[in-house]
Design a binder for this molecule. Sequence first.
Ligand code: GUN
Length: 282
Amino acid sequence: MILLDGKALSIKIKEELKEKNQILKEKGMQTCLAVILVGNNPASQTYVNSKAKACEEYGIKSLVYRLDENTTQNELLALIHTLNYDDSVHGILVQLPLPMHINKNLVLESITSSKDVDGFHPINVGYLNLGLESGFLPCTPLGVMKLLKAYEINLEGLDTVVIGESNIVGRPMATMLLNAGASVSICHIKTKDLKLYTQKADLIIVAAGCVNLLRSDMVKEGVIVIDVGINRLENGQIVGDVDFENVSKKASFITPVPGGVGPMTIAMLLENTIKSAKNRLN
Ligand code: GUN
């Protein structure tokens, strides 16, 4: 069994990005990411802090807007409008989830697609679905693809299962696998018999937010497992969606949690932000 070390790969990628960013700086371009957080969701606060910290560490300016839970939709849209027209800002990220009174889709559509470093704007989603990966790609699935590539895992013809159908991970993940030549099944909360799919799969990507969802009796020998889950147990321990102890005994490759997909997501956010600044310069 080989551990897919996202932490080590993310550090290597970030060091390379630091050099790319330095070249932009020498050309007079200070890369800048604006991050907007509405409300007090503790997990979101942690993610936003990690994103801002990574930016600073690698020479990207970050502007963090921490808005009150009661911020109106129009106030949020007005801030995005200002950032859309601010030439010193290259990436705009609105941390999800948003409070119930705000229409998420309207907000995501209001971010100009050229600064949509999350890859959630319908234009960028559209490019991905057309098999044209020329727009911005969502950071978590992009990080998974980079991790698989780094370990020379060829996806062509593989039988793959994606568990989870979110717009953030499951759907774009499935599309990227399809674009890479894999056969893809998408399973979700309403799937009648999950094991029916997973037991035949060469590669399983789990992004359901459910502790121990994937167990060893559900997978075949030699399976490749990517665990996108981040769950905090009552004792404070962070675990994924996979019963790592037992599934890892049958797997050929598997990601740990923490230290697998999580660090790759942040590296891809930096990559997208630098890509956006570079696009602007050109
Ligand atoms: N919430 C959970 N994951 C993400 C992400 O990748 N981007 C944003 N904006 N919000 C999230």
